[in-house]
Design a binder for this molecule. Structure first.
Ligand SMILES: C[S@@+](CC[C@H](N)C(=O)[O-])C[C@H]1O[C@@H](n2cnc3c(N)ncnc32)[C@H](O)[C@@H]1O
Length: 146
């Protein structure tokens, strides 16, 4: 699989996804902060997995990955609430998925109320996503989108 870790932060999930995709898979870690990408890159290097990883600095107003790049899976973990223009962002996420691709959006319960998450689900639907499931993730509100 080719997977995208959006708002990767220091790369906690980037590393695990790099392990999961195996030698034939690829993971792209993307973040607004160069410092976070550097930390993620260090983690991958320490694990000897940089050959299956790439790192992308997002713009403030757009993810900005090349339009030809498409992913089987996008992880949007604990970052959507930090994005001011969430609908535009979600539309861009959707455009980055291959047909049949999936996204997992998770938000921290202590920071994002049930009502706020419901409103975010409304935006996900407006962006063209279908909610496939709401997996239980500890401390989180989460949806799998297709
Ligand atoms: C709370 S951290 C979560 C990090 C990681 N996903 C995790 O769960 O360990 C949120 C990250 O999202 C990034 N971020 C916020 N807005 C962003 C945007 N519009 N595009 C890309 N990254 C963004 C921040 O720089 C930060 O590294």
């Amino acid at each position: 699989m080719t997977v995208l870790d959006l708002g990767c932060g220091p790369g906690f999930f980037t590393l695990e996804m790099a392990r999961l995709v195996g030698p034939a898979g690829r993971v792209t870690a993307a973040d607004l902060q160069q410092g976070m990408l550097a930390k993620a890159e260090q983690k991958l290097a320490a694990a000897g997995l940089t050959d299956r990883a790439s790192f992308h600095l997002c713009g403030a107003g757009a993810i900005g990955l090349p339009p030809a790049q498409r992913f089987d899976f996008a992880l949007v973990f604990y970052m959507l609430h930090e994005v001011p223009a969430a609908l535009r962002f979600l539309r861009e996420v959707r455009s980055l998925l291959k047909p049949g691709g999936r996204a997992l959006v998770a938000e921290p319960k202590w920071h994002v109320t049930r009502a706020a998450f419901q409103a975010a689900i409304g935006l996900m639907k407006q962006a063209g996503f279908v909610v496939l499931s709401q997996p239980p993730i500890r401390f989180s509100r989460a949806v799998v989108l297709g």
